[in-house]
Design a protein around this ligand. Structure first.
Ligand code: ADP
Length: 628
């Protein structure tokens, strides 16, 4: 039964607490590891995505810039121009935005030149460079010189490449009509203002006429000059169709009749496109775990934890280049340090392990407490069961004997034999005595539980002396002296309850006689001893015997109620398991402490240590522990 109950408790505990905890813990751990693996596996994809986002953003910003510049009318590429709709009696030129005002962000300068045609056939061009408000700065002259040289070099290259290659660069064409006078005035070289003014009436007659102006989209190239200065050159072609209407015009408009072709464009600041702009964009498009390494920063050392993706802006923005290595110019990187991920995973694991350890600890403690309580309950049930079995047995034996002898006497079986009759009466009286003891012990136990008596200062020896007659009566009747009482006459007073002391001594002596009987026929047999003495500062009462002793494992338990060493069937001596329990209860009632000790040379020592009487004198120093 006990095994079944304990197993049921364990199974319930396991099913309701331990199993769900382990299953949930296991799932949580699995999820933790899985999430970490997914995160680590996603790093390369996420880094590539981030690089794409960044180069897309860069491309969009460049497209915006080109789009804005493509809206600029071709006649802005002059120092002063003649705005449409103002052709009146005089010529009013307006300064171009390319020579005043701040250039838009990212633009270094503009350039424009007439594409050589007809008799001017040849590679040599005379570009004009415009720097907006920058033209006033000290560095401008040198800068403009450099840009002029680059523009000429690129023009020369274009010329050398030939017509077909040049045509391939033309895309997204836009054709618009423009009032003829405006086109004529803006296309003429500026120096001829005098001529223009003079011939204005002639032009005004053609005011309703218009010319077709064709503007091509910007083509961007990356170029490095002889000294390696990087240039981002965006250029477009603008052509004006030839017209017969201007054939008979004065010299200053004569060019126009043959049509015109210009190359216009601007230089993008590489420091802006490859530096400031991506740096600014990176803060918008990158995750916190991704680090932007700008162009020109050192390549990070290769390592398993650091994953990098490169962005080649020249290549990705599809700029035309002249050298293969130009494609790598402005290379920037996005780096992800997976050590952060690992560190996070480690701290999460530690946290999880901490919680697990705590759970295991509390579950283990719970399991232990549960087991202990189940065991204690089972033990109590077992003891009660033992008690019922023992008491039934103890009751039945004397009762059967009394009945047997009573019936034999009643039926007149021993009428003839007076001595037998006397013997039977004696047996009836003895068995009745045993019954009485049993009942008394049960009563005594309930009395102690009620706790009516209080310990008082008293003389231990006197109480024991008073018992001498009762303890030795049996000896004397048998003529055997199996008990020796040795009392220390210098014993200080102790806190005691006389009835309790009597009960203790009687019980212990009875037990000794029962479990360690003295074989007086054997030479040198030692009697059972009842001793009082001082031990250090304490007063002790000891009952010692030369019996089999009590196994160490049982010592703590013999004082429990109904506890008997061994099991009920193997025990030969009669008992209830109440004797030592009463001893312990009585000691406790007096504030004394009872112990069972091994005796040197075999046997048992039961020692009761008393509390000194309150206000009593000091006890002499320790004496040798001769008995134990
Ligand atoms: P009972 O004597 O009724 O069985 P007790 O409470 O008096 O119950 O004793 C408990 C157990 O302690 C006994 O069953 C016995 O095995 C053991 N015991 C008690 N006194 C002694 C002793 N002096 N020597 C050996 N064993 C003892």
């Amino acid at each position: 039964m006990s095994l079944v109950t304990r197993n049921t408790a364990l199974v319930l505990y396991g099913v309701l607490l331990v199993l769900p905890t382990f299953v949930l813990g296991g799932l949580h751990w699995y999820q933790l590891v899985r999430e970490h693996q997914v995160e680590v596996a996603a790093v390369p994809t996420e880094t590539n995505d981030a690089a794409r986002r960044l180069s897309d953003a860069l491309e969009r910003r460049l497209a915006d810039l080109l789009e804005r510049e493509s809206q600029r009318p071709f006649y802005h590429y002059k120092r002063a121009y003649f705005p449409p709709g103002t052709a009146g009696t005089d010529l009013a030129f307006v300064p171009s935005p390319l020579v005043r005002g701040r250039p838009p962000e990212g633009i270094l300068a503009w350039f424009a030149y007439e594409r050589p045609q007809g008799p001017k056939f040849g590679p040599k061009v005379e570009p004009q460079i415009f720097g907006g408000s920058r033209e006033g700065s000290d560095a401008w002259q040198a800068q403009a010189q450099g840009l002029l040289a680059t523009t000429q070099q690129i023009a020369a290259r274009d010329w050398a490449e030939g017509f077909v290659r040049r045509m391939m660069r033309l895309h997204s064409v836009r054709a618009e009509p423009l009032e003829l006078p405006v086109a004529a005035i803006n296309i003429s070289p500026e120096e001829d203002v005098g001529c223009l003014r003079q011939e204005l009436p002639k032009l005004q007659r053609l005011a309703t006429e218009s010319l077709q102006v064709t503007t091509w989209g910007f083509h961007v190239r990356f170029y490095r000059d002889q000294v390696g200065t990087p240039r981002i050159h965006a250029s477009r072609s603008v052509t004006v169709d030839p017209t017969k209407k201007l054939d008979d015009m004065p010299e200053c408009f004569a060019n126009l009749g043959r049509g015109a072709s210009f190359v216009q464009g601007f230089y993008i600041d590489p420091a802006w496109l490859f530096g400031e702009l991506p740096q600014a964009l990176s803060t918008q498009v990158l995750d916190v775990s991704q680090v932007f390494l700008p162009a020109g920063s050192a390549e990070p050392p290769p390592s398993a934890e650091l994953q990098t993706v490169s962005i080649r802006p020249v290549k990705e923005l599809r700029f035309e280049t002249y050298q293969p290595e130009d494609l790598d110019y402005g290379l920037m990187r996005i780096a992800v340090d997976t050590r952060d991920l690992e560190a996070r995973f480690r701290s999460q694991s530690l946290h999880f392990l901490g919680v697990t350890a705590m759970l295991v600890l509390s579950l283990g403690t719970g399991m232990m407490l549960l087991l202990r309580s189940v065991r204690r309950d089972l033990e109590a049930a077992r003891r009660t069961e033992n008690f019922v079995a023992a008491i039934t047995h103890e009751l039945r034996t004397p009762l059967s004997a009394i009945r047997l002898y009573g019936e034999m006497l009643e039926d007149g079986w021993v009428d003839a034999d007076a001595s037998k009759r006397a013997e039977y009466y004696r047996r009836i009286v003895r068995e009745t005595g045993r019954l009485e003891t049993l009942v008394e012990r049960v009563l005594e136990k309930s009395q102690i539980a009620a706790g009516s008596a209080r310990p008082e200062p008293g003389d231990l020896n006197r109480v024991i002396e008073g018992l001498r007659g009762a303890l030795c009566a049996a000896d004397e009747a048998r003529g055997e002296h199996d008990l020796e009482i040795a009392l220390d006459p210098a014993l200080p007073p102790v806190m005691l309850i006389a009835d309790s002391v009597r009960s203790i001594v009687t019980n212990l002596v009875e037990n000794a006689r029962k479990y360690a009987p003295v074989d007086l026929s054997r030479p040198g047999a030692e009697p059972i001893r009842v001793v009082t003495r001082t031990l250090g500062r304490d007063v002790v009462l000891e009952v010692v015997d030369r019996g089999p002793g009590i196994p160490a494992a049982e010592r703590a338990r013999v004082f429990e109620a109904f506890y008997r060493v061994g099991n009920e069937t193997t025990r030969t001596a009669r008992g209830t398991g109440l004797g030592l329990h009463l001893v312990a209860l009585q000691s406790e009632a007096m504030g004394a402490r009872v112990q069972v000790l091994d005796r040197l040379g075999g046997g048992t020592v039961f020692r009761v240590t008393f509390r000194p009487a309150e206000g009593g004198e000091a006890v002499p120093a320790a004496l040798a522990d001769a008995g134990a």
